[in-house]
Design a protein around this ligand. Structure first.
Ligand code: NAD
Ligand code: UDP
Length: 309
């Protein structure tokens, strides 16, 4: 197949492009390099089946493809809050442009949605039927509400125009090629531990997250995209939950670091708990993560040793 990956030069996008090429597909990687980096895909550039297009998803584009994965959007709070209006535009206009293209060329289109649509959840773990608790005017809203609106557009194009959609709700994912400076917790803690700096717990570190290793997530993407039973939304993430303090302690143990933990102010609207209910993914695509946190961290730490900036 010919497959378009928007946001293909980013963390998840570059792993997806790599996997699609390995599976024998032609891949078009579209990116405006806001948070993505050429170095993430430089090893793919010489391959005849790989093409790179510098473009912004806010503006329409035309390509002939069989499938579209729409991943273009800054994903870390540090980056999506730099220009919050642009973040919402990227999610909303990007969705409209991908859906318009999918409608014209009759391509199947996948949306990288997020656990952030559940906001600071009152239900735990979060099943797809839970409608969420999102602050529509807070600092995270540009991302959360942008992604919620994108889901609305996906389902309206599906109902109104028969567009063949797949909507995945992705939970915290980590691995090589996360951006060192994007402020996400796994990259921050590993970099701080390797540099012998203080490890910054926001709040007292009792908030929880469930961390999925990137290879597991990409396997979930492909299984979900290539089945015909369910258009989603489908949670994809690791259901094993840790406190942020436990994560810090694991990183210190695995790096052999002498760093100490320090507490810093908790950002506004930071969700207290997050854990996916993945029963739907287990049933429909027979998927669950296989890489435990320690093993995933062991695969990720060498990347940050070699790429500290
Ligand atoms: P990332 O920031 O590494 O990748 C995003 C990519 O999109 C970058 O290459 C960036 O340059 C590109 N991009 C941003 N705005 C664009 C625009 N207007 N036009 C074209 N390209 C643009 O983030 P990631 O972690 O790889 O996330 C990929 C997708 O998955 C995002 O949509 C994100 O919301 C979603 N997601 C990720 C996670 C996670 O834990 N990594 C969790 C939930 C959802
Ligand atoms: N966090 C932290 N120290 C850091 C970076 C993040 O304690 O240096 C916390 C953050 O407050 C949140 C959790 O780790 O509770 C996950 O943050 P991240 O930005 O990685 O993802 P998200 O909040 O979007 O789930």
């Amino acid at each position: 197949m010919r497959i378009l990956v928007t946001g293909g030069a980013g963390f998840l996008g570059s792993h997806l492009c790599e996997r699609l090429l390995a599976d024998g597909h032609d891949v078009l990687c579209l990116d405006n390099f806001f948070t993505g980096r050429k170095v993430n895909i430089s090893h793919l550039l010489g391959k005849p089946a790989f093409e790179l297009i510098r473009h912004d998803v806010v503006d329409p584009f035309k390509v002939e493809v069989d499938q579209i994965y729409n991943l273009a959007c800054p994903a870390s709070p540090v980056h999506y809050q730099v220009n919050p209006i642009k973040t919402t535009k990227t999610s909303v206009m990007g969705a409209i442009n991908c859906l318009g293209l999918a409608k014209r060329v009759k391509a199947r289109v996948f949306q990288a949605s997020t656990s952030e649509v559940y906001g600071d959840p009152e239900m735990h773990p979060q099943p797809e039927g839970y409608r969420g608790l999102v602050n529509p005017i807070g600092p995270r809203a540009c991302y959360d509400e942008g992604k919620r609106c994108a889901e609305t557009l996906f389902f309206d194009y599906h109902r109104e125009n028969g567009v063949d959609i797949r909507v995945a709700r992705i939970f915290n994912t980590y691995g090589p090629r996360m951006q060192p400076k994007d402020g996400r917790v796994v990259s921050n803690f590993i970099l701080q531990a390797l540099a012998g700096q203080e490890i910054t717990l926001y709040g007292d570190g009792s908030q929880t997250r469930s961390f999925c290793y990137v290879d597991d997530l990409i396997e979930g993407f492909l299984r979900f995209m290539n089945q015909n039973e369910c258009v989603g939304p489908m949670n994809l993430g690791n259901p094993v939950e840790f406190t942020i303090r436990e994560l810090a302690e694991k990183v210190i143990a695995l790096t052999g670091s002498k760093s100490r933990l320090v507490e810093r102010p908790l950002p506004q609207d930071d969700p207290r708990q997050r854990q996916p209910d993945i029963s739907l993914a287990k049933r429909v695509i027979d998927w669950e993560p296989r890489v435990p946190l320690e093993e995933g961290l062991q695969r990720t730490i060498p990347y940050f040793r070699e790429n500290p900036v």
